[in-house]
Design a protein around this ligand. Structure first.
Ligand SMILES: Nc1ncnc2c1ncn2[C@@H]1O[C@H](COP(=O)(O)OP(=O)(O)O)[C@@H](O)[C@H]1O
Ligand SMILES: [Mg+2]
Length: 329
């Protein structure tokens, strides 16, 4: 199966910036979005996320490197036809209705009206906007506009959905609704690329993320791999005082109470030794979880490492690609 999206060493310099120096918005960005996954392109404002999406959609021309949509260059309309797009800061016409927007998008995709009507109803229902479909967009909240925006992006049943800051300016209820729609799409086997500067919001939706900063990819990986704190575990249950001091070759206790232990194990295999040892001390174990940190924390650590020239974060799994500080891809 062809990969929905691939960029290879993609770079983009905008000319005519302040002082005529140009802005290097993307620096050798290489990434792949696999079929069926929700991929998050995360990073602060100005990181280059929208520039990447515009290159992928042939809206702007990259300076060097290449993009592929389903194995084809984005200049090929056949490739772009498979993509649904909700742009950042869209300006849908305020005097158009939600249904009108969806219909327009369907016609622009070359669909026939009966099919647009049928799919349009289904999608407006799916995004919870059927009741509001004949109200003008000017009367919608930001969350409602984003939801009809998703319906218009999905009208031609695209294989890849690209959402640029889908939750920006949307209140918490609206954000939860958008997150649910994205999860439902994933359950249907859709592939999506989501741009967001709100790391905390998307970490629960995305399977994998790339963290972008100043045009460079800092890391790409599974959210769970990136956020897992390597060898740290929290164990709940009931523990005698003797459980507080395991042999050093097994683990070091970070915090101890009769109900919960946080321990750093000596190596990947030592968690089994630790639980065996604890049981040997008469402990009863109720749950065991690997400690994790937020993506926000991971991001700040990566930026700090890049700034100070220290290597990348401690990877907890092989699948996580961590780039040495200062290295561009
Ligand atoms: N058309 C443009 N001309 C000049 N500079 C631009 C243009 N579009 C974006 N930039 C600059 O490129 C960088 C990346 O912008 P952008 O891709 O919009 O980032 P993001 O979407 O992550 O916020 C920023 O420094 C931005 O100011
Ligand atoms: Mg943007």
């Amino acid at each position: 199966m062809t990969i929905p999206l691939r960029t290879t060493s993609l770079s983009k310099t905008y000319h005519g910036g302040i002082g005529g120096k140009g802005v290097q918005a993307l620096k050798n960005v290489s990434l792949e979005v696999h079929s069926g996954e929700i991929f998050g392109l995360l990073g602060p404002n100005g990181a280059g996320k929208t520039t990447l999406v515009k290159s992928i959609l042939n809206i702007i021309q990259q300076t060097s490197g290449s993009c592929e949509l389903f194995g084809l260059p984005p200049s090929n309309p056949k490739a772009r036809q498979k993509v649904g797009y909700l742009q950042e800061n869209h300006r849908f016409r305020r005097n158009m209705t939600g249904r009108g927007l969806v219909t327009l998008s369907g016609r622009l995709s070359g669909m026939k009206d009966p099919e647009i009507r049928e799919r349009g109803e289904m999608l407006l229902e799916k995004v919870g906007m059927l009741e509001w479909a004949d109200v003008k967009i000017g009367k919608y909240s930001k969350g409602m506009a984003q939801r009809v925006g998703m319906a218009q992006a999905l009208i031609h049943n695209p294989d890849l959905l690209i959402l640029d800051e889908p939750t920006d300016g949307v209140d918490p209820v609206g954000r939860a609704e958008i997150a649910k729609i994205i999860r439902d799409l994933k359950a249907e086997g859709k592939t999506a690329l989501i741009n967001s500067h709100a790391l905390a919001e998307v970490e629960n939706i995305c399977d994998r993320v790339a963290i972008l900063n100043q045009g460079s990819v800092l890391t790409i990986g599974n959210v769970s791999d990136l956020t897992a704190i390597g060898l740290e575990y929290s164990i709940s249950g009931s523990f005698a005082e003797t459980c507080a001091q395991p042999p050093a070759e097994i683990a070091t206790i970070i915090s101890f109470s009769s109900k919960e232990i946080v321990a750093r194990v000596a190596n990947d295999d030592a968690i089994d030794s630790l639980t065996d040892w604890l049981r040997g001390q008469g402990a009863s174990i109720r749950s065991l979880t690997q400690s994790s940190r937020s993506l926000e924390t991971v991001f700040l650590e990566l930026v700090e490492n890049a700034r100070t020239g220290v290597g990348g974060i401690r990877p907890s799994a092989d699948k996580t690609q961590v780039l040495p500080a200062g290295e561009e891809r």
